[in-house]
Design a binder for this molecule. Sequence first.
Ligand code: AMP
Length: 232
Amino acid sequence: MKYAQHFLSRSAADSHLLPHSQFNRVSSDVPSSSWMRDRRILKRLCVFCGSNSGHRAIYRDPASALGRLVAERGIELVYGGGHVGLMGALADAALAANGRVIGVMPQSLIDREVGHGGLSEMRIVGSMHERKALMVELADGFIALPGGYGTLDEFCEVLTWAQLGIHTKPCGILNVNGYYDALLALFERTVDEGFLKAIHSDMIVVESDPAALLGPGESAGGGGFEMDHARS
Ligand code: AMP
């Protein structure tokens, strides 16, 4: 089975959220290659990642590297707004590289004092559901770094919405230290056992290196998201 091929460049101005009236337009007939053909400039990237750092430093460094790279390419970062764990490392690195970082956080988490105090913008929402909806609306593409339930929930939701045709934004995994190998194997099993179409597993872009995941950069003010890697 092939994991995906290109993490595409997409435009914030060109919304890829479909109206709710199209919710039932299941995208099973959309070839995964349409993700590759449909190249646009990436303006805003949403990253889901752990509110913990993991036991080993190998997880923190790639989070920082991704934050820095995104900022250097002039891509705005959208994330959960926390100052803790990999979230904090990601945001701090982007800010240190003069990047623009937008946090999206429910008031309940702000009240628990886990909000990052130095972001370019903090969007406060009423619930975790609203948070995910706003993150999907704001961003042109999504990347999951290592994390726990929250990260898995957020990433699987954007995959589900892509599968349903609610959006057509690219979804990538930064597979640091093979962290997601077991999940990717499970996704393969879901295809083998008939619970997921291969076309929908193929839409996930998987790389272990932040620069490889973003692909070659284009001109300032955009990200060149192009990858041409296939795993089997
Ligand atoms: P987890 O992977 O369980 O650590 O959850 C991380 C993801 O869930 C992030 O992408 C956040 O959007 C959200 N999240 C969970 N816990 C927190 C927290 N303490 N502060 C901010 N966001 C959190």
